[in-house]
Design a protein around this ligand. Structure first.
Ligand code: NAG
Ligand code: NAG
Ligand code: NAG
Ligand code: NAG
Ligand code: NAG
Ligand code: NAG
Ligand code: NAG
Ligand code: NAG
Length: 556
């Protein structure tokens, strides 16, 4: 829909008239079952006084969900809402990001036109607020450069989810909404009925800092950053390189699995430096890809899934002509912190992607979304959406002092997030020379393990004889019982759950003198796979540590 108008303010008024008419009409249009995306939002007279980005949130519906419960504060409600952003300023907004300060234990189930920035995928628990970013429409152009084309200036995000509490008549709105892009300032939003809105303006103070203009957004810092660089583009396929950089001093990955979701029906024809866990050509063969690529031998295709699982190659494949020979590849999924080994803080692999129509055009490139990386004992990483950044520069393969740039580059920023209790993968137990019992890891300290292996975190811990730390979890109960009998200690009727941590660490205070004390750290690997180049970190308070004769049996 295009509106060509002269004077700015009066044109908006005319627009609103048309918009409101359309809106009212569309309200009666439901019987046709049409969900017309071109329908503009309800008229907003407040737009007249805004010369930045106009952000709104509207609750459009709310319905009681099963189970129906008596306690109102525990009742779940399905809600539908719509967020919108409109660029009514004079500068294009790149990669919009909007914060919604949810406050009723919301669980976001879908958001059409946006992806969550601070969680991997829907459904996402957003009760403490969440940030969403545009997908596929990431940029908001100005009315000036589009002759008032609403479809390029504004975006609407239809959301659905679940929220808890409040009675039938309530209209629960978020605490606040704002634009999260750098250089913008948003005042407190106003509220009218079931609608919230705010006009976010350019912060004049930040303007100077943003002067250094790049074509796309600058790269960001994160605990783990991933680059998706398209190196060569053809009409129906392209070659891309994925580079993961670990920037956190304690973050590490072992046996990583990387997953993402293709947006446009793409599939991976070939992989170098990594492999796909599932190689099932039937998913392509019987789908649209099979029809479009009629002559392709799908038995050699690397992966046909919408959400592939990709893993690093073992080191013995590093020199393999067919799948190896990629710098920084093939370490069996180990990525170390840069302070441990700079050369092992990066992992790369390359892939050949086959595209599907209507993207059979060299420049129609769409990166996959919903990136997720996980390994065996690493912290939990949460990755944001891919953000288009300036093309990565590589040294020229010819060896001359030239640089070659990628065709297009996207960056995905992943940060370490705190795991939920009992999702820990590493536990620490304490023991000391002056006490005959060891205090087990927190996770296994919790008593009251019922048949379903659910822990009651409030139950008191079961003390263990120190040697019980040396046997696998399932064998500890026997030792603990025998020991309790010997020491005349009470054994709780429900015994604690084993923590089944892949790695546990014991801190043993072995002596304590006037001049200082000594401690011994023992690390146990309970898994049947190795951890290369292990390290441990400890936070010490109020003491000077003198590590003396470190005796380490390094075969974790
Ligand atoms: C309802 O549930 C809330 C939170 O779970 C609780 O604090 C409150 O006491 C409950 N009210 C009644 C009447 O049971
Ligand atoms: C919200 O924050 C509170 C307090 O920091 C925390 O206990 C709770 O788990 C958080 N909820 C979600 C869904 O992150
Ligand atoms: C690579 O990791 C796998 C488990 O993911 C393990 O079975 C294998 O022995 C490892 N190979 C090397 C060379 O470390
Ligand atoms: C290819 O796609 C791009 C982006 O979708 C578009 O701007 C361009 O006009 C297309 N080119 C051709 C030849 O279709
Ligand atoms: C990686 O994915 C494979 C295949 O789904 C799975 O068997 C394996 O346990 C995963 N590894 C990790 C560390 O999650
Ligand atoms: C990750 O952390 C950095 C710095 O702490 C922050 O600037 C960035 O926005 C975070 N990214 C995500 C996706 O949470
Ligand atoms: C040993 O430690 C446990 C747990 O902290 C405590 O209950 C017990 O009294 C201690 N025993 C001695 C002899 O200090
Ligand atoms: C642990 O228990 C299993 C059987 O449950 C037994 O086969 C194994 O030998 C035990 N290991 C130790 C170290 O006691």
């Amino acid at each position: 829909m295009k509106f060509l108008k002269g004077a700015k303010t009066s044109s908006y008024k005319t627009l609103f008239l048309i918009f409101s008419l359309l809106f009212v009409l569309s309200g009666f249009d439901i019987c046709h079952g049409q969900d017309d995306d071109a329908t503009p939002p309800p008229p907003m007279p407040e737009l007249d006084n805004c010369d930045g980005i106009f952000v709104t949130y509207t609750l459009t519906g709310r319905e009681k969900e099963y189970p129906h419960v008596k306690n109102m504060s525990k009742q779940a409600w399905a809600f539908k809402a719509e967020a919108s952003l409109m660029n009514v300023g004079d500068e294009e907004l790149k990669d919009w990001k909007m914060y919604i300060g949810f406050q009723h234990r919301e669980i976001l189930v879908s958001a059409e036109g946006a992806v969550p920035v601070d969680s991997d995928d829907f459904p996402a628990e957003v009760g403490n607020g969440t940030t969403i970013a545009g997908n596929p429409m990431t940029d908001l152009k100005t009315a000036i450069e589009t002759a008032g084309d609403y479809n390029q200036m504004a975006v609407r995000v239809k959301m659905s989810g679940t929220q808890f509490g409040l009675g039938a008549g309530a209209t629960p709105l978020p605490k606040t909404i704002k634009l999260m892009n750098d250089g913008f300032k948003c005042p407190q939003p106003s509220r009218k009925g079931s609608r919230m809105f705010v006009c976010c303006k350019k912060d004049p103070k930040v303007k100077a800092k943003l002067k250094k203009k790049t074509k796309f957004l600058p790269r960001r810092y994160g605990d783990l950053t991933i680059e998706y660089d398209v190196l060569q583009a053809f009409q129906t396929s392209y070659y891309a390189q994925v580079t993961m950089d670990n920037n956190h001093p304690l973050g590490r990955l072992d046996h990583w699995n990387l997953t993402w979701e293709w947006q446009k029906g793409e599939f991976i024809n070939a992989l170098k430096g990594a492999y796909a866990r599932i190689k099932d050509p039937s998913e392509c063969l019987y789908g649209p890809a099979g029809r479009y690529y009629g002559d392709l031998d799908f038995s050699t295709v690397a992966n046909c899934q919408k959400k592939p699982i990709i893993s690093d190659l073992p080191s013995e494949r590093a020199e393999d002509e067919k799948v190896g020979k990629v710098p920084w590849c093939c370490r069996n999924g180990t990525v170390l912190p840069p302070i441990m080994d700079k050369n092992k803080a990066r992992s790369t692999f390359q892939l050949q992607v086959f595209k599907m129509p209507p993207d059979d055009n060299r420049t129609a490139l769409t990166p996959p979304i919903k990136w997720h990386i996980d390994g065996v004992i690493n912290p939990k990483y949460t990755c944001g959406p891919p953000i288009r950044v300036d093309a990565t520069e590589f040294p020229d393969p010819s060896g001359l002092k030239a640089i070659s740039t990628a065709v297009a580059s996207w960056q995905i920023v992943c940060n370490i997030t705190k795991p939920k209790p009992r999702e820990n993968r590493c536990c620490v137990s304490f023991s000391a020379f002056y006490n005959e019992s060891a205090i087990p890891c927190n996770t296994c300290a919790c008593g009251g393990c019922d048949d379903t292996r659910k822990c009651n975190p409030n139950a008191s811990p079961l003390l263990l004889p120190p040697d019980a730390l040396l046997v696998p979890f399932e064998n500890r109960t026997l030792k603990a019982r025998a020991w309790a009998k010997l020491k005349h200690m009470r054994v709780p009727s429900k015994l604690p759950c084993g923590d089944h941590c892949p790695v546990s660490i014991n801190w043993h205070v072995s002596s304590d003198h006037k001049e200082g004390w000594t401690a011994r750290i023992t690390l146990f690997n309970w898994e049947n796979y190795g951890f290369d180049d292990w390290f441990a970190a400890e936070k010490l308070t109020e003491l000077v540590l003198r590590i003396q004769g470190c005796q380490v049996n390094n075969n974790l």
